[in-house]
Design a binder for this molecule. Structure first.
Ligand code: HEC
Ligand code: HEC
Length: 437
């Protein structure tokens, strides 16, 4: 008798219901916010965000290793179209290994903030940071200016969009390599760039430049970012099977097969008992803000502050939406900058990633610690350990998924891949750029 009873209990846990899950009217209201995929928001701080000519220049720059110090790293090294526009690595590697996983740039045009800690408020200002980051491309804004000037095709294309490229040939005004020293982040104090000590000759060269010359170079550098943004705005996937399923559901077709039965059960769990939608909601399946989900860090290993540091860096960034190089500094176009705020509860918080295309973008989390979606789900299931800084959000409780639930949720997540990016953007430009004047 006893073995039979055990068998019956086990069968109850492991055999999924054969019927599709029923979605209540409350579920349907919530699910209506998940689809269709939204239109790209405007980017008012970048006047050329929607310019096809700028997108072409950005396309060339994205695949251009000439922006890096060793001539071997481009944006596409770490945002490789063949690897879901990430690099497939746990920690990203440019000139050296970084402390973060490279997020995909698929759909980045929809982001409210960029980087895991949200330290950039626009795609164009974001793009300037990897060019100069010593571990990523190790380049600098003067070298970029000289590169544009030396490459006839790039220069004429630049000029067709932004007007005459300033003459950078006079090396007494425009040294070969120069960039400002990094800001010395002291929370609550405004660092003074001129006070930052650095023996790096490129920093010294920058400090020796007149502010008028610095302004000219910064303007060109910002324009490079703006062209890169115009390109990146095209890197979006189309509809996923979820969208078809939700359209069917809203039209009263409960028998839709756009999602398989396991995927449907995964969706029901996602918005049901698992409440993933607390943070992953809306058409991009993200609240576009920051949370501490309590990922532990081994004793002695590095970690950072997450969002608070992101806010401090963003406030000081001369390329933010309220700065000199923005094409609209009005508050109405930068309202998100007005509400920058952090406190004890925001430490250790990272950006909630979009879950669209998540099946293409392994490994996962800001440090790429999870190789598979199943490993991500194990985290939400058990919530082991605690974060090295701040605290895990109290809304989170261990969800204790059984094997069936885990498989269903993973299947649902994999159903979120959209139709591919058009081929012309996935490959480097076929020929050298030619001016379209
Ligand atoms: C060495 C690898 C590497 C290179 C080269 C690189 N990136 Fe990244 N990228 C990363 C990593 C790692 C992050 C996340 C860093 C962080 O959040 O601190 C990132 C973040 C981003 C993001 C933000 C995405 C998001 O969801 O927050 C965008 C957009 C982006 N990169 C675009 C670019 C562009 C454009 C270039 C070329 C100018 C570039 N990247 C060069 C590794 C790289
Ligand atoms: C309290 C908010 C919150 C809840 C609830 C939540 N997430 Fe997340 N999710 C995040 C944040 C924040 C990250 C990034 C954390 C990091 O890298 O430090 C994340 C990361 C992920 C990732 C990795 C994506 C990537 O590109 O790296 C997946 C997959 C994911 N969540 C799925 C889920 C699922 C499934 C659930 C429900 C079981 C869920 N999340 C519940 C906030 C949340």
């Amino acid at each position: 008798m006893l073995p039979l009873l055990l068998f019956a209990l086990q069968a109850e846990v492991t055999t999924p219901p054969a019927r599709p899950p029923h979605f209540t009217s409350d579920d349907l209201r919530l699910l209506a916010t998940f689809s269709p995929p939204p239109d790209l928001p405007d980017s008012p701080t970048n006047a050329v965000a929607n310019s096809p000519l700028a997108a072409e220049l950005g396309h060339a720059l994205f695949f251009d290793t000439g922006l890096s110090a060793n001539g071997r790293v481009s944006c596409a090294t770490c945002h490789d179209p063949k690897k879901g526009w990430g690099d497939g690595r746990t920690l990203s590697q440019g000139l050296s290994i970084l402390e973060k996983n490279a997020p995909t740039i698929l759909g980045a045009g929809h982001n409210r903030w960029h980087f895991w800690d949200g330290r950039a408020d626009s795609l164009w200002s974001q793009a300037l940071q990897p060019i100069e980051h010593p571990d990523e491309m190790g380049g600098n804004r003067l070298a970029v200016a000289h590169h544009l000037q030396a490459d006839e095709a790039l220069r004429s294309h630049y000029e067709a969009i932004f007007g005459l490229l300033p003459d950078f040939t006079d090396r007494t005004h425009y040294p070969e390599n120069a960039l400002p020293p990094p800001v010395n982040l002291v929370f609550g104090f405004l660092p003074d760039e001129t006070q930052t000590e650095s023996s790096d000759p490129r920093h010294i060269a920058w400090k020796k430049m007149t502010s008028a010359d610095q302004l000219i170079v910064n303007t060109v550098f910002a324009n490079v970012g703006k062209a890169l943004e115009a390109f990146e705005r095209n890197i979006q996937t189309g509809e996923a099977r979820l969208d078809q399923f939700l359209t069917d559901l809203q039209e009263g077709n409960e028998k839709s097969l756009a999602l398989s039965l396991p995927e449907q059960r995964g969706l029901a769990l996602f918005v049901g008992r698992a409440a993933c939608n607390l943070c992953h909601f809306g058409p991009r399946l993200t609240d576009r803000e920051f949370h501490n989900i309590g990922l532990g860090v081994e004793e002695g290993k590095n970690f950072d502050d997450g969002r608070p540091a992101g806010i401090e860096i963003l406030r000081l960034d001369p390329f933010n939406g309220r700065g000199l190089f923005s094409d609209s500094t009005q508050w109405k176009d930068n309202i998100k900058l007005r509400y920058l705020f952090y406190d004890y509860h925001t430490y250790g918080a990272y950006k909630t990633p979009s879950l669209r295309d998540v099946g293409r973008t392994a490994p996962y989390m800001h440090d790429g610690r999870f190789a598979t979606l199943e490993e991500v789900l194990d985290h939400y299931s058990e919530l082991p350990g605690g974060p090295p800084i701040g605290h895990r959000e109290e809304t989170m409780i261990p969800l204790r998924f059984n094997a069936q639930e885990k498989a269903d949720l993973a299947a649902f997540l994999r159903s979120l891949n959209g139709t591919p990016v058009p081929k012309r953007w996935r490959t480097p430009p076929a020929e050298k750029l030619r001016t379209k004047r």
